[in-house]
Design a protein around this ligand. Structure first.
Ligand code: HSE
Length: 438
């Protein structure tokens, strides 16, 4: 039986989870691949006496590991960009296939790395980079390959969804974040989770394989869960919506030029949509495609076991390719489309997006404020869908909650500027987008 040799770079939550899964399920993995799989090297600075690493060479010199002849596949789970990129380039130079969970690296440097790997005849597998254990890359790249993708809408950050769910059950933001860190869900820098950057990395990757466009992280509009307040969760619920942090990649239709929208932001979704019931660390990706219609993929979006599940499945694909010369050529291209068919479709600026909106204004209680507010909205061509003014006590600030019909974002921007210039209105006005997701 052929033996394939692995090096694992990084023994944090995900690296350790990968070692354990490979060891626990080795018999089953051998039965499925027809090959033996052996971890020959681990690259780590820390001692992990809790792991059984007997006979495995350990070193903190990761660059040296990727050059070793007794390594066929490098598993990169150190995270970060610069050093991880250096490691990958070196691994590619030495003819190693790579498996990674590093969404930041793929989203920001993937175009160059995939070109390099294609040239060298090696493959970079990255299922674990998006939505943890959900096999969404494989689904998009292979199972939906016959479809034209129209829209992706996903809860793609487990930490953010965990925090939002905990807050909806009354926990504070800080307690929920600390718990997510303890459970190994959060990024090394949790602002990546909270500010939507991690979700933007993942959306960049999903959009590329959905539409056959280059990876363009810098074009993603990004807002995080940190703009949501408890009051908005309550008002949204009263209006029949749940707030979820979504990544959205949409092929515009019916506009002068059909552009691609790439946006990550808190979103009000009607509570009858299945995706609003996705809570805790779970992720879900809804895909709307022409032949299949709507489909949804659900599962754990972070954590040792789920991420290791995706990593080891990628390893197994590469093991099969290595064991059958010729099979490597059958691997689906990195970004699903043939590299020379990746095309630069125009990306819409957020001001060009059409959406419905939720606005929360805080005003002073005086005669005619509501009239002035609604006049500004109508002057800007904005049709009000619903409006609630909350009871005020002792002349305190009065919340006014408005939802609008679908309108161009630039019109809402202009209306908000005009509303904020009213003396009776406190700034800033809270603006969230509403998506029906039908
Ligand atoms: N911090 C990420 C999340 C880990 O919470 O989704 C998985 O990519």
């Amino acid at each position: 039986m052929r033996s394939i040799k692995l090096a694992i770079l990084g023994l944090g939550t995900v690296g350790a989870g990968t070692v354990k899964l490979l060891q626990e399920n080795l018999t089953e993995i051998k039965r499925r691949t027809g090959c033996d799989i052996e971890i020959t090297h681990v690259g780590t600075r820390r001692d992990r006496p809790d792991l059984n690493l007997e006979g495995v060479k350990q070193s903190s010199d990761l660059l040296e590991i990727v050059r070793q002849p007794d390594v066929d596949i490098v598993i990169e789970v150190i995270g970060g960009i610069d050093f991880a990129e250096e490691l990958m380039v070196e691994a590619i130079k030495h003819g190693k296939h790579i498996v990674t969970a590093n969404k930041a690296l793929i989203a920001e440097k993937g175009n160059e790395l995939f070109a390099l790997a294609d040239k060298a005849g090696v493959f970079i597998a990255y299922e674990a980079a998006v939505a943890g254990g959900i096999p969404i890359i494989k689904v998009m790249r292979e199972s939906l390959a016959a479809n034209q993708i129209e829209r992706l809408a996903g809860i793609i950050n487990g930490t953010g969804n965990f925090i939002l769910s905990e807050m909806q059950s009354g926990a504070s933001f800080e307690t929920a974040l600390a718990q997510a860190q303890e459970l190994g869900y959060a990024e090394a820098d949790p602002t990546f989770d909270v500010q939507g950057i991690d979700a933007a990395h993942k959306l960049t990757i999903l959009a590329s394989i959905a539409f056959g466009i280059p990876l363009q992280f810098d074009k993603v509009f990004c807002e995080g869960i940190d703009i949501i307040q408890q009051a908005d969760v309550e008002y949204a619920r009263e209006l029949g919506f749940s707030i979820k942090h979504l990544g959205l990649a949409i092929r515009q239709t019916g506009q002068e030029q059909n552009k691609i929208e790439l946006r990550v932001h808190p979103t009000l979704i009607p509570t009858h949509r299945l995706i609003t019931h996705v809570s805790g660390v779970k992720n879900a990706v809804m895909v709307k495609s022409d032949a299949l219609g709507n489909s949804m993929y659900y599962g754990a979006g972070a954590g040792a076991g789920p991420t290791a599940s995706a990593i080891v499945a990628d390893v197994m694909d590469l093991v099969r390719a290595l064991a059958n010369p010729g099979a490597a050529n059958q691997l689906v291209p990195h970004l699903a489309f043939q590299p020379d068919q990746i095309s630069e479709l125009p990306i819409a600026d957020i001001s060009e997006v059409i959406s419905a909106y939720y606005l929360r204004l805080t005003t002073i209680d005086e005669l005619g404020v509501l009239t002035r507010v609604t006049r500004i909205l109508s002057d800007h061509g904005i049709n009000i869908e619903s409006i609630i003014q909350k009871r005020t006590q002792n002349n305190q600030a009065v919340p006014i909650i408005i939802t609008t019909q679908r309108v161009l974002e630039s019109k809402i921007d202009a209306a908000i500027r005009a509303l904020e210039s009213l003396e009776a209105v406190n700034t800033p006005i809270v603006r969230l987008r509403i998506e029906e997701l039908n």
